[in-house]
Design a protein around this ligand. Structure first.
Ligand SMILES: [Zn+2]
Length: 468
């Protein structure tokens, strides 16, 4: 039996089990580093399947690694399972209705992501066991993707140092690959401290931390014109120092998030932002402290892995959808803006756009068009990709045009379309892993490409040593 048939058989046999696991994680949406139930479900499922599980890796309570097999090659499959705040939503509805007012929800489909990655690991394990093959398959339980830089911490801790290749996937609205470069980022909180005083009776005795925050923001806004083209800087004032205008604000905080195409560029911009903070403190007679919030490295693509993963995506093919799936997708699309709907067509070839415009669900695999473009977001998979050649596929889990981080994703996260996409992703990952394991030359080529793209640079974490 060929490897693709073998993985399809295992995944189809255990189909109901995988769907139940994903739905269970959807039911307990947990935020970054708090994924105790979700990680517990996955650990239990791994142990039931015969994986050796190492818990609390990299000093993180909800990070773990499940391992099966022995020796080289070592292939990693990355699974996520964290949720988002404020996105609680009842399942299967086509209108906004929170399950818990203000509660969390799986607005990025990580219930599917973690379970699909697990299903792939199980299929690879079965093949290795039944065919008595050498090699190690590892499932990396990666917490805190949305916030907290889980994989950056795991990479810094050296957890990927002996891994040959890493794979993952993401629930999406059109099948394909996550093969674009992403932006590196760094985020820190600037906490200003001044001196409170009666704003009318003794303003000369006060030193306003809020003034410092405002001046810092003005300074950074002047910096914008003089940054590298792909850079972005965002800020959020998280503490304005109180609600009373008649008290000089003694404390005020602002969180900065800096992005650029290269990690070095992020670092140099960050130094300029620090200078501006110093200037704001000098101007206002205040002081400030910095607190690390998060970081992600830019994602290094890999054409060798992209080619073989796409080949497997085409071989696995798209699932079929019934009338119920289409009717549900149509109703979800009715809730989306024209901009959302059009976003599904951006950057695609004309033939694909034409086909997509006739559909509510992307039920075909568009042709692969390699690109060195930059996607204006960041992911902590970036850190892994600096150390290990890494590739991720995308499968249709949502109605066409559904934007991530919305109630529509939460609502669709336990629907048949989502389940089909999750199992499809598991098949693509598992068959790609086995192709790599059976052809060690692919590993060598992928590693050569990574070395060429890094051009002499090696991984350096931007996480301060005081953090872990
Ligand atoms: Zn996500």
């Amino acid at each position: 039996m060929d490897t693709l048939n073998a993985v399809v058989n295992v995944i189809e046999q255990k189909r109901e089990k995988f769907i139940a696991l994903s739905d269970k994680i959807w039911e307990v949406p947990e935020l970054y580093f708090q994924e105790f139930q979700s990680s517990g479900y996955l650990i239990h499922a791994l142990e039931e399947e015969g994986f050796q599980v190492e818990r609390e890796v990299a000093g993180i309570s909800t990070a773990f690694v499940g391992s099966f097999g022995s020796g080289k090659p070592v292939i990693a499959i990355l699974g996520e399972f964290d949720a988002l705040p404020g996105l609680s939503q009842k399942k299967g509805l086509t209108h906004h209705d929170p399950l818990v007012e203000g509660g969390n929800g799986h607005g990025c489909g990580h219930n599917l992501l973690g379970t699909g990655a697990f299903a792939a690991a199980v299929a690879v394990k079965e093949y290795l066991a039944q065919n008595d093959r050498q090699g190690t398959i590892r499932f990396y339980g990666c917490p805190a993707e949305e916030n907290g830089s889980g994989k950056a911490l795991m990479t810094k801790a050296g957890l990927f140092d002996d891994v040959d290749i890493a794979f993952s996937w993401h629930p999406w609205d059109v099948p394909g690959l996550m093969d674009k470069r992403t932006l590196a980022n760094y985020s820190a909180k600037f906490k200003f401290t001044g001196k409170s005083a009666h704003a009318a009776a003794a303003p000369h005795l006060g030193r306003s931390a809020l003034d410092a925050v405002e001046l810092m923001n003005v300074g950074v806004n002047y910096l914008r014109e003089h940054m590298v083209p792909d850079a972005r800087i965002h800020y959020a004032v998280t503490d304005t120092g109180g609600a009373s205008p008649n008290v000089v604000q003694a404390n005020a905080d602002v969180v900065y998030l800096i992005r650029a195409a290269e990690k070095d560029e992020v670092e140099s911009l960050y130094k300029r932002v620090q200078d501006i903070a110093r200037g704001a403190a000098l101007m206002t007679g205040t002081t400030f402290e910095e607190e690390f919030v998060g970081t992600a490295s830019n994602l290094i693509p890999n054409s060798v892995l992209a080619d073989i993963m796409y080949e497997n995506l085409e071989k696995v093919g798209a699932p079929s959808y019934d009338e119920g799936d289409v009717a549900f997708a149509k109703k979800i699309r009715d809730t989306l803006s024209t901009e959302d709907l059009n976003s599904a067509y951006a950057g695609r070839d004309r033939e694909t756009v034409k086909k997509l415009k006739e559909r509510d669900i992307a039920d075909f695999i568009p042709p692969y068009i390699p690109s060195e473009a930059i996607m204006s977001g960041s992911t902590d998979v970036g850190d892994v990709s600096w150390v290990v050649p890494t590739m991720q596929c995308l499968t249709t889990c949502f109605a066409l045009g559904t934007p991530l981080h919305t109630w529509q994703v939460v609502s669709q996260g336990v629907a048949p379309i989502a389940h089909k996409g999750m199992l499809q992703a598991a098949k693509v990952i598992a068959s790609t892993v086995l192709q790599v394991m059976e052809n060690p030359v692919i590993i060598e080529q992928a590693k050569e490409e990574l070395a060429e793209r890094l051009d002499g640079k090696s991984y350096r974490s931007l996480i301060p040593d005081s953090v872990n």
